[in-house]
Design a protein around this ligand. Sequence first.
Ligand code: PEP
Length: 246
Amino acid sequence: MAGNWKMFKTAAETRTFFEAFRPLAAAAEHCEIVICPPFPNLAAAVESAHGGRIQIGAQNLYWEKEGAFTGEVSGPMIRAAGATHVIVGHSERRQYFNETDETVLKRTVAALEAGLTPIVCVGERLEHREAGQTKTVLFQQCREGIARLEERKFSRIVIAYEPVWAIGTGKTATPEIAADAHGVIRGEMRARYGEGAAENVRILYGGSVKPDNVKSLMAQPEIDGVLVGGASLDAKSFAAIVNFTS
Ligand code: PEP
């Protein structure tokens, strides 16, 4: 269960969140929990999570280790800050910051090299879905991206299916729509890496996940977890999501 805080919260607000969230999430032993704050709050989040089972992730990384790349942050820097995960290729990065399947792949490889678990996002836009192009878009994003990883690298990633039309819009994909898309992605991974690897890879659903829809989404065997934006900003609401009972 991963929370993407996007560009929200200061370091002080991060500490306040963890004080409230840690006790509420203490019993959620059925899942791994990852929270991804903005870069400046990684240290505060790592410190606040210390000694518990909540892991911390960044929201992006650059593929070079260091250099004259003003404004960028590298995998080794994120790892040294104590984070274990990093979101890669979020649709907001693809849409507003011109990320492509190729740069998403470079970032994924860099994350793995730094010892981070990349949460690699794929998903179609509304116009693709309306034009019946969902599968084509997912195939393309997979083939140009994660399917190019060597097998041993693929086994270390997490995939997030995030239909762009469902992110921050309040429009959740129905559990059936989400499961169908997960099946498409898993099928593509099966063709590339074989049955075992495709079964083992975790595919998260993201797009307006809330306490009241998490249970029906998680009831789909194809859905291994969720990536949550807005509802992860509030300790009670994210705790209700991680504590869902099947
Ligand atoms: C996200 O940012 O990855 C996301 C799924 O956002 P939201 O839950 O707000 O739709």
